[in-house]
Ligand binder design. Structure first.
Ligand SMILES: Cc1ncc(COP(=O)(O)O)c(C=O)c1O
Length: 397
């Protein structure tokens, strides 16, 4: 592929925090998105694991429309029906506890870190240290960035927030280290998304959870990318036979409306009292009506099950491609959070797919990240696989 498709440094007043492709998106529906030239793209990024029900899903659209004509904002000094209902629905479908609402993933992790520290103080623990893992990604605000296990993202932002230690992911040796560490909790992604689509080993997670229980460490999960049905269950932890103390959510929770959340057990949640933490927009009527409709739709229509089945189907098709094309080194992931590891540049493959009007992502230099809407059809998956196969057959990668 020529460099014609290279990310543009175009004339824009928007800060260059993202390397953007030279495409302007204006409309979406289901698994498709249209640019300003009316070209139609198959979107297997789902807005980076956000539009899990596809673009502008009818049910969510209808509910947000109703809320739009009722009330947009009133602050958290009053009760908000959609906020209360969404919290209740999340609890009914996870574990007994309470929910805090904010506006993004990184904010959910900020709240998680503050809650863990406050809970440690409340329990008379000396250590405020939180253990996280190498290659992890927890967000861009300063504490979430400090929790993140990728030095390249932290470059230039020193001094970072103190109190984090990064251990080797999926390593039993690291668990031995953890055994003797003074800490108040452990934070991890069950599938490292940005870090390369690396699923946590089930046995390792069980051991880690056991260790947390034994050493009185909070088990905290960042389900910002893995949550909301993405991995084949509403939350990825439901496939790992564990019950966490805290879970952070965002992305797929609002079908594209900015919303983040924290679910914490009752015991942990009580560390937050009025005044401990807050957010002007967090849990706002519009965002939580989008969240409520999204979760209702996911649960009532058993969408995570569809994601599981479609994930198995797509995984199999990708393995078939791997047998045919030596450029593919590995296929990995869980549900519809899938990674194809290439010998060469994954960005080159993304660009070639873009030229064929198919959207995908990378996760590091060599991993093509595939995040179809959970509602995608078999035909759409087949179209994706055929397009990728044709590109591999052309041998330009
Ligand atoms: C696992 C994980 N945690 C946190 C974040 C940060 O979320 P946000 O970009 O909404 O702040 C992301 C975003 O990609 C993520 O994948």
């Amino acid at each position: 592929m020529s460099n014609q498709m290279n990310v543009t440094v175009d004339q824009t007043s928007v800060m260059k925090t993202y390397a953007r492709f030279p495409v302007t998106m204006v409309k979406g529906k289901g698994s498709y998105i249209w640019d300003d030239k009316e070209d139609k793209y198959l979107d297997f990024t789902s807005g980076i694991a956000t539009c899990n029900l596809g673009h502008v899903p009818d049910y969510v659209h209808e509910k947000v429309q109703e809320q739009l004509s009722l009330l947009w904002h009133c602050s958290n000094l009053y009760h908000i029906p959609s906020q209360e209902k969404l919290a209740q629905l999340l609890i009914e479908n996870s574990f007994d506890g309470q929910v805090f609402f904010c506006n993004s993933g990184t904010e959910a992790n900020e709240a998680l870190i503050k809650l863990a520290r406050k809970h440690a103080e409340m329990s008379g623990k000396d250590s405020r240290k939180i253990i996280t893992f190498k290659q992890s990604f927890h967000g861009r605000t300063l504490a979430a960035l400090s929790a993140t296990g990728q030095e390249k993202l932290q470059q230039g932002f020193a001094p970072l927030v103190e109190g984090f230690q990064h251990l080797e992911f999926n390593s039993f040796e690291a668990l031995k280290e953890l055994e003797n560490m003074d800490a108040c909790g452990v934070l991890l992604e069950l599938v490292q998304g940005e870090g390369g689509v690396i699923p946590a080993n089930k046995e390792w997670v069980l051991k880690l959870a056991e260790l947390c229980k034994k050493n009185d460490l909070l088990l905290m999960l960042d389900e910002i990318q893995t949550g909301m049905g993405r991995t084949g269950t509403l939350f990825a932890y439901q496939q790992y036979n564990i019950v966490p103390d805290i879970v952070s959510l965002a992305k797929g929770l609002g079908s594209g409306f900015p919303i983040g959340a924290l679910i914490a057990s009752n015991e942990v949640a009580k560390a937050f009292e009025p005044g401990s933490h807050g957010s002007t927009f967090g849990g706002n009527p519009l965002a939580t009506s989008a969240g409520l409709a999204t979760v209702q739709y996911l649960v009532e229509n058993e969408i995570p099950k569809d994601a599981q089945q479609l994930g198995i189907y797509l995984f199999g098709k990708l393995e078939d491609l791997q047998k045919e094309y030596p450029q593919i080194k590995e296929v990995r992931g869980l549900g519809l959070l899938l990674g194809v590891v290439f010998e060469g540049s994954a960005l080159d493959v993304v660009k070639q797919l873009l030229a064929e009007k198919v959207l995908t992502l990378t996760a590091g230099k060599h991993v093509l990240r595939i995040l179809p809407p959970l509602t995608a059809s078999i035909e759409e998956v087949d179209l994706f696989v055929k397009t990728l196969g044709d590109i591999l057959a052309s041998g330009n990668n």
